[in-house]
Design a protein around this ligand. Structure first.
Ligand SMILES: Nc1ncnc2c1ncn2[C@@H]1O[C@H](COP(=O)(O)OP(=O)(O)O)[C@@H](O)[C@H]1O
Ligand SMILES: [Mg+2]
Length: 404
């Protein structure tokens, strides 16, 4: 072995910056080709179909009650579709959402009636470490909240646009820099403001403002403005842009890149609540502390302008949790409890192939239609996700009730 290794020719890997600059062009045909091979034809994403039991669960009713209500056509509840054998009834996502809103005991926010004073809530998902399930959590949370009858907008602030892909957009082909929040960051007086960038998705009740590589532009523009424009507050651009959208959505969820960028500071300061997914492993925990150290330093600098800023809550969600014998989760969970105290959530999302397997097919656990073969493993991740969404929603409902 050694003899072979030492006789290998040593090629020069010297690379000029010019070559790097021209590299993208060289890579393009290859990337295009690969994309065609792997991704095409990419079927349009479709929302899952729900069984009567799932609908019953979501409405907190029994199957019998659903069966009964279906026959009462005067109630205006969607009757779903009777399948081939005529024995099982299934429901579309839109039908499920109608049921939840009409037949469950869910609190109707003032969004249900047009009310320009209603303040939908902004949640920002943040974490310094990549791969910590930020995007998965954001999109699943959006889906889960919509299953509670809420209207949700996801804003993808990550130049990698993963949340947009999960929301069924073909990032490379269908999104341009123009479609993102970036034009608004450049010019706050664009027609229609941020609302003009909203797109609907394959998922009823879930809209999106997509992400694109060009979002990096904000990292040059915002600090430059800060230097040249008197009174400019680089961290409040997004917050101001979101203001008119609050009366149109119950929730606005922002997915961020793994950094403390200027864009992400905007998202952190615009948020009413922060969600930090964390994988309970040593390096991830250390990363999370680095995030809070950095953010608290920056927050200290903002305090003079942001004395009244309040987060309704901060939620640290253990994700991709490994319950195996050799897992570091018990130790890190203990550290997290000590460091974050009541910020640490009572829910955890287990590591599951249902979640990671979806990455290739651009789907989440909530996208998958329940079948007998997947039911158990799906339920293991769907259940904590739904409980988590319900728990978050309950906290906001309490605050909304106080405002009504
Ligand atoms: N509960 C989970 N179990 C297993 N894999 C997961 C889970 N949640 C997310 N993943 C996978 O982990 C990877 C990183 O997740 P992602 O949400 O993209 O993280 P981030 O946005 O923080 O970079 C993805 O491949 C995703 O499918
Ligand atoms: Mg991500």
């Amino acid at each position: 072995m050694d003899a072979v290794a030492t006789t290998l020719p040593i090629e020069s890997r010297r690379t000029t910056l010019r070559e790097v600059a021209e590299f993208a062009e060289k890579l393009a045909p290859f990337a295009d080709n690969l994309r065609e091979q792997i991704l095409a034809p990419r079927p349009r994403k479709t929302a899952p179909i729900f069984t009567i039991s799932e609908l019953a669960d979501m409405c907190n009713l029994s199957r019998q009650q659903i069966q009964y209500l279906v026959t009462k056509s005067d109630q205006g509840l969607p009757s779903g579709t009777l399948n081939g054998t005529g024995r099982s009834r299934t429901f579309t996502l839109a039908e499920v959402r109608t049921w939840v809103k009409m037949a469950s005991d869910i609190y109707q926010t003032r969004l249900a009636e047009p009310d320009s004073n209603f303040r939908g809530r902004v949640l920002t998902t943040a974490q310094l470490k990549g791969g910590s399930a930020k995007t998965t959590t954001t999109v699943c949370l959006g889906q889960a909240l919509s299953l509670l009858g809420r209207k949700v907008l996801i804003i993808d602030l990550d130049p990698q646009a993963s949340a947009s892909e999960l929301c069924g957009l073909y990032a490379e082909k269908e999104i341009s820099g123009e479609d993102t929040v970036l034009p608004y960051i450049y010019d706050q007086s664009i027609e229609g403001g941020l609302s003009s960038k909203v797109q609907s998705t394959y998922w009823d009740g879930l809209d999106i403002i997509p992400g694109h590589t060009f979002l990096y532009g904000a990292e040059f523009l915002l600090p430059a403005r800060q230097k040249t424009m008197k009174g400019f507050r680089f961290w409040s651009v997004l917050r101001e842009g979101l203001e008119p959208l609050r009366s149109q959505y119950d929730y606005i969820l922002m997915d961020t890149s793994p950094s403390l960028s200027y864009m992400n500071l905007n998202a952190l300061l615009a948020a009413d609540a922060l969600v930090m997914p964390m994988v309970p492993e040593n390096l991830d925990f250390i990363s999370s502390m680095a995030f809070w150290r950095l953010f608290s330093e920056v927050a200290g600098d903002f305090l003079a302008y942001e004395e009244d800023k309040v987060y309704e809550f901060i939620s640290i969600l253990l994700s991709k949790v490994d319950y195996g014998k050799t897992s570091s989760a018990p130790v890190v969970r203990q550290w997290a409890q000590t460091a974050y105290g009541k910020w640490l959530d009572p829910f955890e999302i287990p590591a599951s192939s249902v979640m990671s397997g979806g990455a290739l097919s651009f789907s989440t656990a909530l996208d998958i239609t329940n079948t007998h073969s997947t039911a158990k493993s799906l339920q293991r991740v769907k259940q904590p996700l739904m409980l988590y969404a319900r728990w978050l929603d309950d906290m906001f409902v309490k605050n909304w009730k106080g405002e009504a």
